[in-house]
Ligand binder design. Structure first.
Ligand SMILES: O=C(O)CCC(=O)C1=CC=C[C@@H](O)[C@@H]1C(=O)O
Ligand SMILES: [Mg+2]
Length: 374
């Protein structure tokens, strides 16, 4: 692959409705897109980072800085890249900054798949043709509001409801939803808002037949999760704690979780995500693909990785219309009865629409190969 130019676009989309988690409420989604221009094709990646360092330590500004000042020069310095698996090796000397790394690595995977005229899912060795889809529901003001939102998504056919919780908005809300919908798949996401002192809350949640409880304890913890897991029969799923294959190995070894949420950006890219997937498959740990309120471009990468066999649980890859009045890709991501059909066209399989990309771009910068200092 010859990479001749890299273009960064800082963009902002407005969510249809505010998204509330234990760390705040979001109405706008600021992010950036990376385009890598080859000889004939353009590969697209999304930096799924947030404006504020609340989910992880990166922000749109820090990630842009890392991509501009370190990652693009490192790619140009390498010369020709034959396979996208090389990218994580090139980035290895640079510590963490996983969402920054993942944005450019994802674009290179897309370019690779396009140059080889195969879907990204196939380039990743994915074999599924359809994937099951769940939806992530932010914290609602009241139980009635939550029941209404869940009802809407049940009607749309989503395969599982992930409900965000925080202290004061947990057992009562989930018990109410369970009572109203005795037979649907429900899970909770604590986004690190609890400690082991909250064991009584977990014991009560344990009675609600939940698929799993996601990241109940600290964002950087695997020790306390390992203490909590034997106390409840509901599987714990780790999200924030897993940044690499190494983290996944340690958590599984310690018994900190029975399920892992793989977010491509959080683990630093598709190559590492595949490694985490493969290791979990070997150990009998099911995985699913988490979302970061992506635009269609990031969503397309999530859909592609979910085609791998051990993504056995529905992911957060909801349809474009769940988030946006208009997405930036064509066609938009459509969910039918809780199922997305993996696209068969080369690369990510959804075409970014130039006019919509321009409409939502706040800042655009080009980095031509022969103009970047390496
Ligand atoms: O993209 C989606 O639909 C998933 C949204 C979601 O649950 C999350 C998005 C961003 C940060 C977190 O709050 C979070 C999560 O923890 O999985
Ligand atoms: Mg989560």
């Amino acid at each position: 692959m010859n990479i001749n130019n890299v273009v960064l676009r800082r963009m902002q989309l407005e969510l249809k409705s505010p998204f509330q988690t234990s760390f705040g409420t979001q109405q706008e989604r600021e992010f950036f897109i990376v385009e890598v221009h080859g000889d004939e094709h353009v590969g697209y990646g999304e930096c799924v980072v947030n404006s504020r360092p609340l989910y992880n330590e990166e922000t749109v500004k820090t990630a842009w800085h890392i991509v501009e000042d370190f990652l693009i020069p490192a790619i140009y310095d390498k010369g020709e890249i034959k396979h996208p698996d090389e990218v994580s090796e090139i980035f290895k000397p640079i510590r963490r900054n996983n969402m920054a790394k993942s944005s450019i690595e994802g674009a290179i995977w897309d370019l690779y798949a396009k140059e080889n005229n195969i879907p990204l899912a196939k380039a990743l060795d994915g074999t599924k043709t359809q994937i099951d889809v769940g939806v992530s529901i932010g914290i609602q003001e009241s139980l009635n509001d939550l029941i209404d939102v869940v009802e809407g998504f049940v009607q749309e056919g989503y395969k599982r409801m992930k409900i965000k919780i925080k202290p004061g908005k947990d057992v009562y809300m989930l018990a109410g939803v369970r009572k109203k919908f005795p037979n649907i798949e429900i899970m909770a996401d604590g986004n690190s808002a609890y400690t082991l002192q909250d064991i009584d809350i977990f014991k009560k949640l344990d009675e609600l037949n939940l698929m799993m409880i996601e990241q109940p304890l600290a964002h950087d913890d695997i020790i306390d999760h390992a203490k909590l897991q034997p106390e409840i029969s509901t599987p714990i799923c780790l999200d924030e704690s897993i940044h690499s294959l190494e983290d996944a190995k340690n958590a599984i070894e310690l018994g900190s979780c029975k399920i892992i949420n793989i977010k491509i950006g959080r683990v630093g890219g598709l190559t590492e995500a595949k490694k985490v997937h493969d290791y979990c498959a070997e150990k009998g740990i099911p995985v699913w693909c988490g979302g970061m309120l992506e635009s269609g471009i990031g969503r397309a990468h999530n859909i592609a990785i979910t085609s791998l066999t051990n993504f056995t649980l529905p992911g957060d890859t909801a349809g474009s219309s769940r988030y946006w009045h208009e997405d930036i890709i064509s066609p938009e991501v459509v969910v039918n009865n809780g199922i997305i059909t993996i696209p068969e066209s080369p690369g990510i399989g959804y075409e970014p629409v130039e006019s919509l990309m321009d409409k939502y771009t706040l800042e655009r910068k080009e980095f031509l190969r022969n103009e970047v200092e390496i």
